[in-house]
Design a protein around this ligand. Structure first.
Ligand code: AMP
Length: 471
């Protein structure tokens, strides 16, 4: 499928090509044709799926017919925040460069006089936050009776922010014959009600598995010859400057414990969260992570579902998850709320089957890189001296990680965790392969842990963080 198959104009195709996009994303492929056919549409998709272009592109072609009149915008896009409104405006500029369309932004924090002046001239596209729009409407500075197209973007966030009554009122000011598009990452009951009331026979499109289709998450498989070398490789990746805050997932709680203490001994500001911990302990660690006191959280899958911690720049899968669904949940801890993120999965040859299952589920090959190919790691390529799977001896702290104090504080919000079971134990991977990176000089021994504790099950966790749910 190409953009040309979607029925867009040549001018638009040129602008898209110049943006460097060659293939429409699933939401674009499904949404653009019905929008061009003037259908109402419900798009269940989150930021990162390319949803903005899925309405901006057809809107440009639709709006290119007809002329703007003073104080009567021809189309209206409602966004919950100024930042999102500004992003949509950027999209209009980028894709609309070969069209002569006028656009105005109506957002808080910007000089009202300039916004009114723009409206006085007449605009084809008005991008607004509900509060500012209502304000101007009440002052009689704007008429919405010429709006033939309405986009309600991020409807569930609008709901969280208390904008639904405003939106309902705005809808009643627009002509009943308009075309309405509603986008939302989730469909809670009040949004469904809103859609039932204000959309007419809408086509509904859902982009499956938001995390795996999130273009904002850069996914990589980091090939590591043997499981023993994973810690060394991980440390190299963590020393990358761009790693500000990271969640590292492991399949077993034993590994979570060992890895955390190993990272701490190597100077990383790391802590852990797993199913053996009391709820109060977990909350404490999450708070430390949110405040920036620590910038690395080692977690079992208990923490993977439902945790919504904003500002996580990296997810590392120290182990390939055994269930492909867990992969999607894990990587979805980054790339949230429109921010970019990276998800690196350490893979050994033994993981081939699990990787295959993940790629089948996510519907595409994840790029492979060598252990040192990503960043200037300190990984070396000589034979390892260690031969046992027992807890490794580690170098003393030397402050490799970016200090937590420098890290941007994460998370203003943690909503929910669905109690889940971590995957059952499976046999240790084959240790015979080589070559391998040489471990760093050995000067200290990691704290011993019970080798019998395979951490087979980390949950369910009664009542843990039962604040709400995140899809
Ligand atoms: P959005 O979900 O609209 O916030 O878009 C997420 C990111 O994907 C933005 O950086 C877009 O510029 C980018 N993007 C949009 N469409 C495509 C596409 N067809 N191919 C690749 N990237 C895209």
């Amino acid at each position: 499928m190409t953009f040309a198959d979607l029925g867009l104009s040549d001018e638009l195709l040129r602008a898209v090509e110049e943006s460097g996009y060659t293939e429409p994303t699933p939401i674009q492929a499904q949404a653009i044709p019905p929008i061009l056919m003037m259908r109402d549409l419900i798009g269940i998709a989150q930021t990162g799926t390319g949803k903005t272009a899925s309405f901006v592109l057809p809107m440009i072609d639709i709006m290119s017919q007809g002329r703007a009149r003073a104080r009567m915008p021809r189309s209206l896009i409602l966004e919950p925040t100024r930042e999102l409104a500004a992003q949509v405006a950027e999209n209009f500029e980028k894709y609309g460069k070969y069209h002569k369309l006028s656009m105005a932004l109506l957002i808080g924090g910007v000089n009202m006089g300039e916004q009114i002046a723009a409206l006085e001239k007449g605009v084809d596209v008005l991008i607004a936050t509900p509060g500012r729009l209502m304000d101007l409407f009440q002052r009689g500075k704007i008429l919405l009776s010429g709006c033939a197209m309405l986009v309600i973007d991020e409807a569930d966030r609008m709901l969280d922010m208390g904008f639904i009554p405003d939106i309902e009122e705005i809808c009643t000011k627009l002509p009943a014959t308009r075309q309405t598009l509603l986008f939302s990452a989730t469909m809670p009951a009040p949004i469904k009600k809103l859609a039932d009331k204000f959309l007419s026979n809408p086509k509904q499109i859902q982009v499956a598995r938001p995390a795996s289709s999130n273009l904002l998450i850069e996914q990589k498989l980091v090939e590591v010859p043997t499981a023993r070398q994973k810690r060394d490789v991980l440390r190299g990746l963590l020393r990358n400057d761009e790693v500000t805050t990271a969640i590292i997932f492991s399949n077993r709680k034993t590994t979570v414990r060992e890895l955390t203490s190993s990272l701490q001994q190597n100077g990383f500001k790391a802590s852990q969260i797993h199913g053996d911990m009391e709820q109060s302990e977990r909350l404490k660690e999450l708070d430390r992570f949110k405040s920036g006191e620590i910038n690395i959280l080692v977690a079992s899958d208990v923490a993977a579902r439902g945790l919504d911690i904003k500002g996580v720049t990296h997810v590392f899968n120290f182990d390939v998850p055994w269930h492909p669904d867990d992969y999607v949940h894990r990587i979805g801890r980054t790339g949230r709320a429109g921010a970019k993120g990276a998800a690196f999965t350490l893979v050994t040859p033994e993981d081939a089957e699990a990787v295959d299952a993940i790629e089948k589920l996510t519907g595409g090959k994840i790029p492979r890189v060598g252990p040192s190919g990503l960043v200037a790691t300190e990984t070396r390529t000589e034979e390892p001296r260690e031969t046992s799977e027992r807890p490794k001896r580690e170098r003393r702290p030397r402050g490799g990680a970016k200090p937590a104090a420098e890290a941007a504080p994460v998370a203003d919000e943690i909503v929910a965790a669905t109690p889940v079971r971590d995957a059952p134990a499976r046999p240790a991977p084959d240790q015979r392969s080589s070559p391998a990176p040489r471990p760093e000089p050995v000067v200290a021994r990691a704290k011993s842990v019970d080798p019998e504790d395979d951490g087979g099950w980390n949950g369910p966790v009664p009542g843990f963080l039962s604040v709400g749910f995140d899809l």
